[in-house]
Design a protein around this ligand. Structure first.
Ligand SMILES: Cc1cc2nc3c(=O)[nH]c(=O)nc-3n(C[C@H](O)[C@H](O)[C@H](O)COP(=O)(O)OP(=O)(O)OC[C@H]3O[C@@H](n4cnc5c(N)ncnc54)[C@H](O)[C@@H]3O)c2cc1C
Length: 414
């Protein structure tokens, strides 16, 4: 039986593991964390994500985890609203959808399906060395053992170790966008301002943004965005960076800084893109998801691309009959088909709308007000009528306008 090693039990890795195991592969997943990682904000099911989950037969299970949401509002320091966009805006095609679930719930559903399909896991471990042999790829794990796999898939995110081992240092592929983002889960207490289903977004001059979004009952998912191209790794140093960036900021900044200190799932990372022009595979090793093409949270497409990439890689391996006969030629052909399908999608996602970074974290008060005004204007009936007219005057009034720029991916991918 052909044996695949998937490095990383994230969204792309788990989805791929499910598909391969169902196709008759023996699949091992190695994940550096001691268990499936929780945390992260919501995943939008519109578009590709939904289709891949339908194809995997998991959509009903996923839909059972939807977070009830009413929309997004841009607020002032005192919490009053400058603009809002309900989930009904643009006929359901606005920034926030009624079909979103937490990334951690999606990860759990995929993990459950992978377990049921017989996928084997090695948690708290990673790959240390990848060596080509005539038999396959010889993998030395950090925990010591050495095993040979027919195929190794790096699904270990934007800071992929598989990529570093096989393709060279991250610096050769990383394009920082100049912003960093912290996210964590806040437990509501007696004095916590409630969200009532609304995602709230607050900006301070100097490229600083705070978001609070509905999470599981009694919880809020917090995002803190600020200007930076690198962030430290150590926990205390991370807290110090956040303190520096948000010291004296308005709205709930002080409350969030205090909550970050005790949040078990605090994560901090830069907004980066990964561009690998030389191709995503090397022999029997291939990259998928953020490891290959991270478009950054600002694209709003990380999860959709991860899921679609996993589906296309599994499909290419299936079409080339690799599980039955995992020869180097078949594997090369499959990886090449996979890349042909995914390259244009990834490249399109990486083309951010002009001014996207500035919009997420404006520099000045004027920029913050201008953003809010744009959000009001694009929803105004008169504006929508003009757009419809310019677009060729579609007769019926279906309430659907142009899809505005994708949301601040302090919220998750679509
Ligand atoms: C905990 C978490 C929270 C996130 N929250 C957000 C968010 O709020 N907004 C947003 O836009 N994007 C977020 N992301 C990124 C988003 O999940 C991805 O852009 C998208 O889903 C594509 O997923 P991926 O599987 O390629 O990468 P990821 O989802 O990043 O998964 C990569 C997996 O690989 C594991 N890994 C990393 N290094 C190694 C290693 N050396 N060996 C083995 N395993 C390794 C990681 O622990 C992780 O489980 C988050 C990712 C994680 C892991």
């Amino acid at each position: 039986m052909a044996h695949a090693l998937v490095v990383g039990a994230g969204i792309a890795g788990e989805a791929l593991a499910v598909a391969l195991a169902r196709d008759g592969w023996r699949v091992t997943v190695v994940e550096v964390a001691p268990e499936i990682r929780t945390g992260g904000q919501t995943v939008d099911l519109r578009g590709d994500s939904r289709q891949v989950l339908v194809d995997l037969g998991l959509i009903d299970e996923v839909l059972a985890h939807l977070v009830p949401q009413r929309g997004i509002a841009w607020i002032r320091a005192d919490g009053s609203r400058m603009a809002e966009m309900p989930v009904e805006a643009f006929g359901g095609r606005g920034l926030i959808s009624s079909e979103e679930l937490l990334r951690s719930d999606l990860a759990r559903v995929l993990h459950g399906a992978a377990g049921a399909a017989g996928v084997e896991y090695r948690f708290a471990d990673t790959v240390e060395q990848l060596t080509d042999t005539t038999e396959g790829v010889e993998v030395r794990f950090r925990s010591g053992p050495v095993e040979v796999f027919d195929v190794v898939v790096g699904a270990d995110g934007s800071h992929s170790r598989t990529r570093s081992l096989r393709f060279g240092p991250e610096s050769a592929y990383r394009k920082p966008l100049g912003l960093a983002h912290a996210w964590f889960t806040l437990q509501e207490g007696p004095g916590t301002p409630l969200l009532d289903g609304w995602a709230l977004s607050y900006n301070e001059p100097g490229r600083r943004g705070l978001t609070a979004r509905p999470g599981h009952p009694g919880q809020q998912e917090i995002g803190m965005t600020f200007a930076a191209s690198t962030v430290p790794r150590a926990h205390d140093a991370r807290l110090a960076v956040l303190d520096d960036a948000f010291h004296g900021a308005g709205w709930r900044a002080a409350e969030f800084l205090a909550a970050a200190r005790t949040a078990p799932d605090l994560a901090l990372d830069t907004y980066d893109q990964i561009h690998i022009d030389r191709g995503w595979s090397d022999g029997r090793v291939v990259l998928v998801g953020d490891a290959a093409w991270c478009a950054s949270p600002l694209s709003g497409l990380g999860t959709a691309l991860g899921l679609r990439g996993a589906a296309e890689l599994a499909e290419a391996l299936r079409r080339h009959g690799v599980s039955a006969e995992p020869t180097a030629e078949r594997i090369r052909a499959a990886f090449s088909s996979f890349e042909q399908v995914m390259r244009p999608r990834a490249a399109a996602a990486q083309k951010l709308l002009p001014g996207r970074v500035r919009m997420v974290a404006p520099k000045t008060r004027r920029g913050i007000r201008a953003n809010a005004m744009v959000m009001r204007v694009v929803q105004a009936p008169a504006f929508l009528r003009v757009v419809r007219f310019l677009a060729g005057g579609r007769g019926h009034d279906d309430g659907a306008g142009p899809e505005p720029s994708r949301p601040d991916r302090s919220r998750q991918a679509g």
